[in-house]
Structures are given as C-alpha cells and as structure tokens.
Design a protein around this ligand. Structure first.
Ligand code: NAP
Length: 290
C-alpha cells in the first residue's frame, strides 16, 4: 500500500456504517501477495446518497466496489447487468465498472460454498436446516439448491419471512422446502447440516443460541454458523459437545472477498496464496492485535 502511484486502481466498500469492516485487510493483503497495483478503501455512504455514490464511483474510474449493509438490495436499480446468481439471491455485494457500465454480482454463496467444501461438507442429497430467513439465509438457500440438496427446512422467528424465502427459492429451483418453527425443529432427527444464519450469538451477546436442544444436535453431522465473532458461538459449542463437526463464518467472509477480488481483476488466485492469506487473516481476526 506504500507503493500507491499514478497507475493504482481503486476498489472500495460502500456501506453505512463501514468502520468495523475487515475487507480492507483482505483485499490489500491479496493485492500485495498477487503483486497487483490495487488499493481497497471504505466509503461511508450516508442514507440518501447511494445513487450519487455509484455514479461517482463509475465517473472516477474506480475498478469496483463491494456493497454491504444496508445497500445490498437498494443498489440493484443502479446496476446495468446483473449476474444470474445475484438476481436469484436478490442482492448485490460486488460491483465491477467497465467502460461506464455497472456489473453486479453476489459472491456470498461462492464464499460459503468454498468454505464448506474445504471443510469436507457435502450438500448433495442432504437434508439441510437453515436457521433464519434474512439476506444471508437467502444466499445459503440458493447455495443448497444449486448444490442439489435433497430438502431444505427453513426455521425463522417470523414465519411469514420463511414462507417468502421458500417461495422465492421455488421460483428458480425444483427442491423440497419445509417451513418450521423453532419448537418443531427440536424434534427433527433427519437433518444432516444446519446453517445458523441469524445474528443470535454474535459478539457481545455471545451467550445465546437460537436452538439448544440436545436431541436436535444428536442427529446432526455438521453445524455451520456464519457468525465469525466469537470464533465459536454458543450454537457451535453445543453442537461440538454433542459430537457434531463445526464450522464458523470466517471462511465465508474470506472467500466471498477472494471471489470479488478475482472478478475485479479477472484473475484466479493460486491455492498457495489463498492458503497463506487465509492464515494471515485468521491470525489478524483472532489474535486481538487489531
Ligand atoms: P438480516 O437480513 O437482518 O436477518 C436476520 C435474521 O436473524 C432474521 O432471520 C431474523 O429473524 C433473525 N433474528 C434476529 N434476531 C433474532 C432474535 N432475537 N430471535 C430470533 N431470530 C432473530 O441479517 P443478515 O444479513 O441475514 O445477517 C445475519 C447474520 O449473518 C449476521 O450476524 C451477519 O453478521 C452474518 N453474516 C455473515 C456473513 C459472513 O460472511 N460470514 C455474511 C453475511 C451475514 P426475523 O425474520 O424473525 O426478524
């Protein structure tokens, strides 16, 4: 980053707030290891300024941006060409600007899928439970449907939102989807993989979990929490105590960033560099040196 010069290409993050983002660390590390002349900076875009921010980024010749809360859906009208995956997920987290045109992508499902595959989690023909029905749950559901899961069970506090998610997925995929409440899921013993996608258990409220029933965990093979802080949520601790294999959300965060960086630069990052950067990123997040 000390080598910024006249040829440096800028990449940014559009969101509100952006102060706590880990994305600059990942993207500037990837640039250094790949020896690419890019710099990644956060852009705090206040409410009401999104349209101008996108036009401005395009006019400034910025290579691309990530888009985070609360703009992942709001940004869609300002995109010229939408990747099919982003259309299905109905949210954009990555924009690439080419000759004044805006190309929109969603890399969240890519990130989670890569993380799952590296952990050895297979989704094909599996019964999957998704806790939550928000934006992240939609990416998870699309990933499971694309990977040809046998069945998806969506569990959400607000049942109507779970029903909406079910219908949205059925618009694009032919897959069995069941909507259940938290009480009903406790007695389910058929679930192979459970994805925890609610914000319950996130730091500093780390002592809560959306589900704590031992019977539920006993039947599981994998518990995945897309939260990465704390590294082991209460949901994951309980699963582990029941002998279930666990995975947290740090890999999802890292690999969605990797995919975005590959899109902006039209490259494929070699495995050795991916591994080295993941180790460095994990140290950065969990060593409390930040
Ligand atoms: P969202 O759209 O606001 O959805 C939040 C979900 O959590 C909803 O299903 C909501 O249920 C549920 N929820 C919240 N508080 C609850 C409570 N007290 N009791 C029961 N359910 C509750 O948020 P999101 O964008 O999907 O993000 C969800 C989580 O995923 C966040 O922790 C976020 O940091 C994490 N995330 C991680 C990554 C990653 O890369 N690792 C990426 C994206 C998101 P209702 O519908 O009933 O309100």
């Amino acid at each position: 980053m000390n080598n910024i010069n006249g040829k440096t290409k800028t990449i940014g993050l559009i969101g509100n707030p952006v102060e706590h983002t880990l994305s600059p660390f990942i993207h500037n590390m990837l640039a250094e290891k790949m020896k690419l002349n890019t710099v990644y900076v956060p852009f705090h875009v206040k409410n009401g300024n999104l349209k101008e921010a996108i036009s401005g980024a395009s006019a400034l010749g910025i290579l691309g941006t990530n888009v985070t809360v609360p703009y992942k859906v709001d940004v869609m009208p300002y995109i010229d060409e939408l990747q099919e995956r982003a259309k299905i997920i109905d949210a954009v987290n990555t924009i690439k600007f080419i000759n004044g045109r805006r190309y929109g992508y969603n890399t969240d499902a890519d990130g989670l899928l890569t993380s799952c595959k590296r952990a050895g989690i297979s989704l094909m023909n599996k019964t999957i439970c998704i806790l939550g029905a928000g934006g992240a749950a939609r990416s998870v559901a699309v990933m499971c449907a694309e990977e040809k899961a046998k069945k998806i069970i969506i569990v959400n506090r607000t049942v109507e939102k779970a029903q909406e998610l079910k219908l949205a997925i059925l618009n694009y995929f032919n897959i069995e989807i069941q909507v259940l409440g938290y009480d009903a899921i406790k007695s389910q013993s058929e679930v192979d993989v459970c994805f925890q996608t609610t914000s319950i258990g996130m730091y500093p409220n780390s002592d809560v979990t959306p589900i704590d029933d031992e019977n539920f965990f006993k039947g599981l093979r994998w518990a995945v929490d897309i939260i990465y802080n704390p590294s082991e949520t209460k949901f994951l601790s309980l699963a582990k105590a029941s002998g279930v294999s666990i995975l947290n959300g740090l890999g999802m965060l890292y690999f969605q960033a990797v995919k975005a960086y590959e899109i902006w630069n039209d490259i494929e990052i070699p495995d050795a560099i991916l591994e080295e950067c993941l180790n460095q990123f994990t140290d950065y997040v969990y060593s409390k040196k930040r």
